[in-house]
Design a protein around this ligand. Structure first.
Ligand SMILES: *[C@@H]1O[C@H](CO)[C@@H](O)[C@H](O)[C@H]1NC(C)=O
Ligand SMILES: *[C@@H]1O[C@H](CO)[C@@H](O)[C@H](O)[C@H]1NC(C)=O
Ligand SMILES: *[C@@H]1O[C@H](CO)[C@@H](O)[C@H](O)[C@H]1NC(C)=O
Ligand SMILES: *[C@@H]1O[C@H](CO)[C@@H](O)[C@H](O)[C@H]1NC(C)=O
Ligand SMILES: *[C@@H]1O[C@H](CO)[C@@H](O)[C@H](O)[C@H]1NC(C)=O
Length: 562
């Protein structure tokens, strides 16, 4: 009904020929947001134009070579300047976009080093003329106010060959916090007796000794977060005082990029920082936090713009942002995927949480259900981290699947070459798989690796809180361990690990012991008659629940430290 109305409006408001770049973007307003009415015509909005890049195929091929340990180009990463030379939009594209904006009186624009984004401020009235169809309203929830359009935007036909999408129009910041308090979940009652996961438990389980801490001058790591959350330096200091005994650590972050509010600390924000700095101990750590906070910004996109505008960024980033693939436009996901390639070719490692809904669930178009993959977990150019719990919650013994661990097969991205053998072995080897109609075996399968995700201690607002769980806990833990390996590499004068997957899959296919294989347990999915709440199950070698498994640091270091 609404799309019909939108189409009519669109015909009316877009004389001449017009295009929708993101007609498949979900433009409904997520729960919890209240429409506070149309913005005034003179209210400023800020739009982010993603200009078409050059040489995307060359970028993909180059990333393959610099990430393949058997290539003579392995580790030959690009500087931001070199990357910019490769991908920046053609003169024509840059000129056409600028001229179009200027012809509407839009002059207040900022570009990035790679010239492939343009961020411009303008009155809402001008934005609505630029993008026929869209209608900006203000939406508020308890913490925040945003400007978005519930109606899809069009573009003059001649612009569509120069732009991938326009940001700041539709997407809301993620509402899915990949975190939960275990005690709230009836299924996990017995966990209440557990002493909980702390840095010393993690370091013991993953075989980190007291001397396994960073010492290279060149090393750095980061967490990025996009919620309206802050971390308090005092929480980190308190956390290290309580839990940081027995290994050298830093009680302060090195740098906060973006604006930290003064409000209450968020659980997620505290967790990420406290744990990346516990495994990646003594390594300078940055926090990227929702910067700028213009009402019409997309915080996740904002972080990617920052990466394209800073010549020196940390080597490892861990991120807990995720959305259902089916709610995002193809144009957006494909372009964001290129942004991940850009990071990889610079030697930056991106780790994403696999999500906390197992295989997920959605109604299929023909009725019935299918699993529901999550993005960016499903991107072939990031390393995705699933979750585990201890088999015996009283002891530091072996790990089994955490039933929430996100995993499955993308419906958007084809399966990359590096994982074809691993995934096919899993599919062939399993006696019982979910019904074929529930997942797409031609897609990128995830996660790649895992770590403990259950029953963490976190200090937030100065108070130690137990029972914090989710793959947003396992992700910084794995990230910190990769940073330790980078540290050894830097001390030897080698390059960073960069995009890890091609090397990781090769390593694991050679019967490596660098990761503990998690082989027990299944994750959750649709509560229907066909699958009855069960998604995929873990198995020997790679599986779409815990990937290749959890880190055994000394062996991982031997394998990747060169
Ligand atoms: C679109 O978003 C709304 C609000 O978040 C949600 O209820 C709905 O299920 C989504 N639809 C699809 C197809 O993802
Ligand atoms: C990128 O950096 C330049 C130079 O520091 C700055 O002028 C510009 O505003 C930045 N771009 C964005 C989109 O913030
Ligand atoms: C790592 O620790 C486990 C027990 O947690 C032990 O079985 C294993 O031998 C250790 N591996 C190494 C390489 O130290
Ligand atoms: C490490 O930092 C030093 C000093 O800043 C620099 O000379 C050197 O090239 C860096 N090494 C690597 C591997 O980046
Ligand atoms: C399955 O995944 C591929 C990408 O590998 C995609 O092209 C195709 O549309 C997907 N099929 C469905 C039914 O979503």
């Amino acid at each position: 009904m609404r799309s019909l109305l939108a189409a009519l409006l669109f015909l009316f408001s877009c004389p001449g020929r017009c295009m929708y770049l993101e007609s498949d973007q979900n433009t409904s307003i997520p729960e919890g947001w209240i429409n506070a009415g149309r913005v005034a015509a003179s209210d400023q909005v800020q739009l982010t134009f993603a200009l078409k890049q050059r040489n995307v195929r060359e970028l993909r091929e180059l990333l393959g070579r610099v990430s393949d340990p058997d290539s003579s180009q392995y580790g030959k990463h690009l500087s931001l300047e070199q990357l910019s030379f490769l991908v920046q939009p053609s003169e024509l594209t840059q000129k056409v976009v600028r001229r179009w904006l200027e012809s509407h009186g839009v002059h207040d624009c900022q570009s990035v080093e790679t010239q492939d984004f343009l961020q411009c401020a303008m009155p809402a009235r001008v934005a609505e003329k630029l993008l026929p169809g869209c209608e900006f309203s203000r939406y508020v929830n308890r913490h925040q106010s945003l400007v978005r359009s519930p109606v899809p935007y069009g573009l003059p036909d001649e612009m569509s060959e120069h732009l991938d999408f326009v940001g700041g129009v539709h997407r809301f910041p993620d509402s899915k916090v990949a975190l939960r308090r275990t005690w709230a979940n009836g299924k996990k009652q017995k966990a209440e007796f557990h002493l909980g996961v702390s840095p010393s438990i993690l370091r013991q389980r993953y075989n980190l000794t007291a001397s396994d801490v960073g010492s290279s001058q060149n090393n750095s790591q980061a967490v990025a977060q996009f919620l309206e959350q802050f971390f308090h330096p005092a929480d980190l200091a308190e956390f290290m005082k309580l839990f940081g005994r027995g290994f050298k650590n830093l009680p302060e972050v090195e740098r906060v990029v973006g604006k930290q509010g003064g409000g209450k600390a968020g659980l997620e924000a505290s967790l990420d920082v406290e744990y990346i700095m516990s495994t990646g101990a003594n390594i300078p750590t940055w926090v990227f936090t929702n910067p700028g906070r213009h009402e019409s910004q997309e915080p996740f996109l904002q972080w990617l713009l920052l990466l394209s505008n800073m010549s020196a960024v940390p080597w490892v980033h861990t991120i807990s942002y995720g959305d259902d693939e089916d709610s995002l436009s193809q144009a957006y996901m494909q372009r964001i995927n290129v942004e991940f390639m850009k990071a990889g070719v610079r030697g930056v490692t991106l780790l994403f949480a696999s999500g906390d809904s197992g295989a997920g669930c959605m109604k299929a178009s023909k009725g019935g259900n299918t699993f529901r993959p999550s993005f960016p977990a499903s991107s072939p150019y990031v390393t995705t981290v699933g979750g585990t719990s201890f088999k015996n919650p009283f002891q530091v013994t072996y790990e089994v699947t955490d039933y929430i661990s996100g995993g499955g097969f993308s419906n958007v991205f084809e399966m990359p070459d590096y994982q074809v053998n691993a995934v096919n072995s899993y599919l062939k080897g399993m006696k019982a798989l979910p019904p074929k109609t529930y997942f797409n075996t031609s897609g990128r399968a995830y996660p790649d690796v895992a770590a403990l995700s259950d029953n963490y201690w976190v200090v937030t607002n100065r108070v130690p809180i137990p029972f914090v769980s989710g793959t947003s806990a396992s992700t910084p833990v794995f990230g910190g361990i990769l940073s330790l390996i980078n540290d050894h590499r830097f001390l030897k004068g080698l390059q960073s690990l960069g995009f890890l997957n091609p090397r990781l899959y090769k390593l694991q296919e050679s019967a490596s012991t660098a990761l503990f294989d998690v082989t027990e347990g299944c994750h959750l999915s649709c509560l229907d008659e066909q699958v009855q709440g069960q998604g995929f199950c873990a198995a020997p070698s790679w599986d779409p629940v815990t990937g290749w498994g959890t880190p055994n640091y000394p062996h991982l270091l031997t394998a990747l430290g060169d």
